[in-house]
Design a binder for this molecule. Structure first.
Ligand code: HEC
Ligand code: HEC
Length: 484
């Protein structure tokens, strides 16, 4: 049975193709054969939402994963209903330190984890504009270091300690934590700078003279002028940091004949490897950037406050300082140790759907061509830390940026990455991720795959091949993805 994938681009302007792909089936009665998770069943967002529709988290337990047997079993019988089994509810295979760290390194990991959890107040340098007050708030599912969970802490943070913020329309209680940018400035020129969602005005720990207004998110949202991003998991990032530049260069030519056949190119973004557009090269830089942009904390690496108002300044600047005598490590150094020493997520060999289905799905991942971008394994180089040296990294990414078409465009350029370019998202840990794609527009793996297909996307030929899979094989592939 052949299926046709017809992406319907309602929102050519801002959000491009929303997840409104229509699946047709040659067999009458099987059309629209989706019985997927809560989000997919929800109505497609109206154009005014600008592609940042708030979505409910996927159902906590799905029959497929709950009933999965411990022993290898034959592939799940498929009766014409192909579905994303949903986030795995098995224990989090993530959140601990790398194997092989020495005692000092484990201590540094634990100290860094505490720094990652620390909630900042204004005296410690928070604000005056920010998206939240602690790293872990956006990085906690399925364990500290992950991504957004089923409760968005930005809702309660909006009014924490008497703060007078209104909640932007693209933020919801059960949706992902988001950060935002405006597409255009009032004069019509391109903007693209990060806009903090909240301010400290009204908080009991803010100086009373400090009055700083939130941008008018409701107005900008109604004008389709907002693009958003969700967090990325940081599990295993220390290994990613140690993948040599040479490996990225080799990824450009890896599988060249197959890639040429499928129209896949890819670019290096200044050897960056972190962030949705591979825009940053190192974890210390990313952490300093996160402190600065999401919490309004300055540091040696980002000495200037994201928004600096004399009447709001309470803490000395830069806010985060290492002890000048070098005896104590600063918060930035601590948190960087946590990021470096955090173990990668552990995949399941039998959940969801059983071992045979997962093994079959892994082979299909390659035969369909997903592996041309989502490269299953790379290796670290000669790292100083033994636990990071010459290790396999099962990340499922080439760390390159690819043109993903108008449907995923966000009008933001970062380094060599243009509006439609995105880093191949590492798929390790996908089995326990609730929100998918850069703006968290869906919770459904199948919708995330279909969103790869839109005008200009390098993935179009691969997604056509995916669309030709018979239902049982498509289910195997989805089971494999949720086993990661
Ligand atoms: C308001 C939510 C929010 C908070 C708070 C937050 N992050 Fe993030 N994090 C994000 C978003 C969004 C991205 C993706 C940014 C991008 O690529 O544009 C991200 C990405 C990252 C990445 C890159 C991961 C990768 O593999 O590419 C790291 C590392 C990171 N954050 C660390 C931190 C640290 C450290 C803190 C605290 C200092 C922090 N984050 C606080 C939302 C948040
Ligand atoms: C041309 C390169 C390319 C190919 C081919 C490709 N992907 Fe992707 N994939 C990406 C990029 C880039 C993203 C990030 C897109 C975004 O978030 O806007 C992504 C995102 C994803 C995500 C969402 C991950 C998350 O956490 O948000 C899933 C799932 C995924 N891909 C699965 C697949 C599967 C399955 C296939 C094969 C059918 C495939 N991809 C083929 C490049 C590719």
């Amino acid at each position: 049975m052949k299926k046709l994938v017809i992406p319907v681009c309602l929102l050519a302007l801002l959000s491009g193709c929303e997840s409104v792909n229509t699946w047709l089936s040659a067999v009458p009665g099987v059309a629209g054969n989706r019985a997927d998770t809560s989000a997919a069943a929800a109505p497609v967002a109206p154009p005014a939402s600008g592609g940042v529709a708030a979505v409910a988290p996927a159902a906590a337990a799905t029959p497929a994963s709950a009933a999965a047997p411990r022993n290898p079993a034959p592939p799940t019988p498929v009766t014409g209903i192909v579905r994303d089994p949903g986030p795995r509810t098995t224990p989090a295979g993530a959140g601990g330190p790398l194997a092989g760290l020495d005692r000092d390194q484990v201590a540094a990991f634990n100290e860094g984890r505490a720094a990652f959890l620390k909630e900042y107040n204004i005296k410690a340098g928070l604000g005056p504009a920010m998206d939240l007050d602690h790293c872990a708030g956006c990085h906690y599912q399925p364990a500290v270091g992950g991504t957004s969970g089923s409760v968005n802490p930005q809702i309660s943070f909006a009014t924490k300690l008497g703060a007078a913020n209104t909640v932007p329309p693209f933020i919801s209680r059960s949706g992902p934590a988001r950060v935002a940018r405006f597409v255009r400035k009032p004069d019509g020129s391109l903007d693209g700078a990060s806009r903090s969602l909240f301010t400290v005005t009204g908080r009991s720990d803010a100086p009373s003279a400090c009055k700083i207004a939130q941008p008018d998110f409701h107005k900008e949202f109604a004008a389709n002028n907002i693009v958003t991003r969700i967090g990325l998991p940081v599990f295993g990032d220390g290994l990613i940091e140690q993948i040599p530049n040479q490996a990225l260069a080799e990824n450009l030519t890896r599988n060249a004949p197959r890639k040429a056949d499928m129209g896949i190119r890819g670019k290096i973004n200044n050897f960056g490897r972190f962030g949705w557009k591979s825009q940053l090269t190192s974890l210390s830089l990313f952490a300093a950037n996160a402190y600065n942009v999401t919490m309004g904390l300055s540091s040696d690496l980002f000495p200037q406050e994201a928004s600096d108002l004399a009447e709001c300044r309470v803490a000395g600047t830069p806010n985060l300082v290492a002890d000048p005598k070098g005896k104590r490590r600063g918060e930035l150094e601590k948190v960087t140790s946590f990021l470096r020493f955090l173990a990668p997520p552990v995949p399941s060999t039998d959940t969801p759907g059983g071992t045979a289905s997962i093994v079959s799905g892994r082979a299909l991942f390659v035969s369909v061509g997903c592996d041309l971008c989502h490269v299953p394994q790379l290796r670290t180089g000669q790292a100083q830390v033994a636990a990071l040296r010459d290790k396999p990294v099962d990340l499922y990414s080439d760390l390159l940026i690819h043109n993903m078409g108008s449907g995923l465009m966000d009008y933001v350029s970062q380094g060599a990455a243009g509006w439609q370019d995105w880093r191949t998202t590492p798929l390790w840990g996908l089995g326990q991720r609730l929100f998918l794609l850069h703006d968290g527009r869906t919770t459904d793996v199948r919708e995330a795959i279909l969103a790869h297909r839109s005008p200009g996307s390098e993935a179009n030929a691969v997604i056509d091949k995916y669309g030709e899979l018979p239902p049982a094989q498509e289910q195997d592939l989805l089971n494999f993805l949720r086993s990661l």
